[in-house]
Design a protein around this ligand. Sequence first.
Ligand SMILES: C[S@@+](CC[C@H](N)C(=O)[O-])C[C@H]1O[C@@H](n2cnc3c(N)ncnc32)[C@H](O)[C@@H]1O
Length: 258
Amino acid sequence: MDSEVNNGNSMRALPGHFYAVGVGPGSSDLLTVRAVNLVRSADVVIAPRSRKADTSLALQTVKDLLDGQEIIDHVYAMRRDAESTVRSWARVAELVGRRCERGQSVVQITIGDPLIYSTSCYLLSQLRESLPNDRVHVVPGISAFQASACLFDEALTIQEDRMTLMSATNLVRVEEALDHCETLVLYKAGKKIAELADLLSRRGLLDRARVVCYAEQPDRQFVSADLREAANARHGYMVTVLVHVGRQAWQPGEAGSE
Ligand SMILES: C[S@@+](CC[C@H](N)C(=O)[O-])C[C@H]1O[C@@H](n2cnc3c(N)ncnc32)[C@H](O)[C@@H]1O
């Protein structure tokens, strides 16, 4: 990897290179310096958004950095269909390949981190076949679960705690996970809040849950320690639930420093 690539303070997007860049949870001051430099200097910025969304949240987050970059608004269907997902991202991968061959630099922006439940993961796996490894870069972003946890300032993990991050879509799996971690982080929880409240109430954990909708997104953020209250309002897709299941203290005789 190029030495310039590791210097976040001065890093510019290089001709012929692709960058999957995490832009954090939605506030322009939670971008990394590296993300700012790359978005500013890119020739092309790909901003994925779902068919249901009017605008790309990631694009909103970086709007003040845009000044002449070509913006590619990639609209994708949020379908649980592996084949059409692969096809859709294959088309974007081709486009990225063509731009990079022409010597342009391409950045794909993504909410949170690019390797956590992100459309970048599909594009990265396709690009592995068309671009040399040293031309493909991933830039971490602050993930929604980190931003969400900070709004309550309760530790996510200490000592020997286990944290599980998963989708809330399958409640059988969610219940299984409660038996195997001290902190459970649930993404994609928007449509499941009422059912989650029932499940956690049955498990005696209702008062251990926290809900964060649109963390760090100006005018839309909603935060609650009351799942039932949150279930009564419709909050859409950007909903994260944190459950502080318990604590796993240091085991006697084992070393632990944090
Ligand atoms: C496709 S995933 C994107 C995750 C993202 N790559 C990350 O690292 O956080 C979408 C899910 O992330 C969570 N999410 C993303 N941004 C959020 C925000 N600002 N506030 C609360 N939850 C958010 C929600 O659970 C949402 O359903």
